[in-house]
Write a new protein. Structure first.
Length: 184
């Protein structure tokens, strides 16, 4: 059995797990992220890039949609059947998130329309330029593994299924992982 010591354990290194790992490390915590897959990024790898409104990239390309306008369109499209506070926060923080990713070393190929579907039933006929396409490591076309850039700076344990947690006075004091661990 291998013993690893750290301040913070993050279970799953998808987009949210990556953000949590990096935020904790930036604040001085030792972090180990466990990911059951053999790559980081989770479902974000399939999207090839996150949505963002108000990013520096959009301003450089003179994309004029505002977080408020994106929020209004989203609410209209969903017939107001979503958590408005959460959706508003998402749009109003998304541009800063893209800018932060750039500062972390993520390179984007540019910003594209989120979709192109001339449907007259929607409040707009085409998607807005909100999709920030991630430039894959080593160049090439966007696709799976585009989110792996974070693996170079922060410790991840890949293919390490978390089996359970060790508790001490009601707090997580450890993690029991499967023996097959691939560190990078």
């Amino acid at each position: 059995m291998k013993t690893l010591k750290t301040d913070v354990i993050v279970v799953a290194a998808g987009l949210s797990g990556l953000a949590a790992s990096i935020a904790a490390a930036e604040n001085g915590a030792g972090v180990i992220a466990f990911e059951k897959s053999n790559t980081t990024g989770g479902a974000a790898n399939m999207g090839m890039g996150p949505l963002g409104v108000g990013s520096k990239i959009q301003r450089e390309h003179m994309v004029s949609i505002t977080p408020g306008e994106a929020f209004r369109k989203h609410m209209y499209y969903t017939h107001y059947r979503v958590d408005a506070r959460m959706v508003r926060d998402y749009y109003f923080k998304s541009g800063d998130t893209i800018d932060w990713l750039c500062e972390m070393g993520v390179e984007f190929l540019g910003v594209q329309r989120a979709f192109s579907a001339p449907e007259t039933t929607r409040p707009y006929s085409d998607g807005e330029f909100t999709w920030h396409v991630v430039k894959p490591e080593g160049g090439g076309l966007p696709g799976p593994d585009a989110c792996n850039i974070f693996g170079d700076s922060y410790p991840f344990i890949l293919a390490g299924n978390t089996m359970g947690f060790c508790l001490n006075s009601g707090r997580i004091a450890g993690d029991q992982a499967a023996e097959k661990l691939n560190e990078f």
